[in-house]
Design a protein around this ligand. Sequence first.
Ligand code: NAD
Length: 469
Amino acid sequence: MRIAMIGAGYVGLVSGACFADFGHTVCCIEKHPDRLAILRRGELPIFEPGLADLVAANVRAGRLSFTSDLAQSVQGAEAVFIAVGTPSRRGDGFADLSYVYQAAREIAAAIEGYLVVITKSTVPVGTGDEVERIIAETRPGAEFAVVSNPEFLREGAAIADFKRPDRIIVGTDDVRALAVMEELYRPLYLNRSPILITSRRSAELTKYAANAFLATKITFINEMADLCERVGADVQDVARGMGLDNRIGAKFLHAGPGFGGSCIPKDTLALIKTAQEWGAPTRIVETVVAVNEQRKRAMARKVIGACGGSVRGKTIAVFGLTFKPNTDDVRDAPALAIITALQDGGARVRAYDPQGTQQARSCLENVVYTGGPYACAEGADALVIVTEWDAFRALDLKRVRRLMKAPVLVDLRNIYEPKDLLAAGFVYVSVGRPSAAPDAGSDARSPPLQLARRPRRSTQPLRADSAED
Ligand code: NAD
């Protein structure tokens, strides 16, 4: 089948390469001249594990190509995917649909025979109706159907997610379009990937509901982590105890610095706006967003607390800038807000990220970027792990300590065991776990001291122990 994929970003490029790998012929249309030039040179404009090889193999096989000529590629296609960005609209949090509607207008101008127009971008309920209206008004009499097919891939594991999805959602009641969708995803039908066929509106809403639910789970465990810090419990144990319940599940129960990334923050905001507009406010999601916003500032306060109450004039080494490991994407990454807050507090920031430095440069000012974790730690008064890259999991802690000015490590992803950090001579502060720091700095109402070791199973109030204890 011949496919046109509009937008060669994280979703369009991965989906395009995977569809090509299934044997379809895919033309990716990218209007950003730099991204297109990079793709045409045989390189990738984004980092995604395994994608370079997949793209190269399919380009070599003649099944995958890149162009800026939307009209020509749409005219040769039986299905066209819209995979353009839907960022938050500046000022009000609604999804900015201008790229989607622009793509719809360009498709309308090019349409020839029967065409299935598939929205893969995350779009609010009713967007499919509007895309349909635009095409029908621009080209009365054109034969087409508009289908919603939201994408659920995760950056960092995008190829596996696309090829072995938990489910595929197809929103249409058009029988002819459904046959095209079945043909497109036939290789996955054979893998028995569940395909759920719904109305277009249900498909559109499913994507937002799923992301909002994940955001809620993350925020819930983050609040439990705060409570654990107060009462001397360990959020890792609490999360495991919860997650072993099949009704709850263990995923997305990792306490940390709050959710970020290119999707969940903007999608929760957009859902809130849609729900308000339709008169059915989503109070839970509104609270989740507000709590998550506060959390980023609370994480900066945690670092400041670990540094004795002030970071003015201090050097803070930040490990990890991307919103999660195995991507170069820093959109809405917690690191950005945390670094800015630390700089506002008077800190000098050094940073290292295995893939995110280039993107971070355009979002942050006055940060010294280093070439590796040890170079980053050099001369630092405190080290903060913000993203749980594998490269940070087995550091030579003695070496890190020798390089630093003061042995303070704030681990916002709980990738280390407190006892190991204590043994290496660090003051160690993590999330929702007993801390080795005299003042874990979660906020002003924290008990002044927390236990360095796992508290005994007791209902006694916390005892004040020193870091050396
Ligand atoms: P992105 O910004 O990486 O890519 C979008 C690309 O579309 C850009 O390269 C842009 O230049 C291009 N583009 C925009 N208008 C165009 C046009 N008219 N013609 C040709 N190219 C055009 O965005 P992304 O992360 O791939 O996300 C795309 C959509 O998928 C969003 O709605 C997002 O919410 C959704 N989504 C993203 C992810 C993810 O992990 N990134 C996962 C699931 C869903």
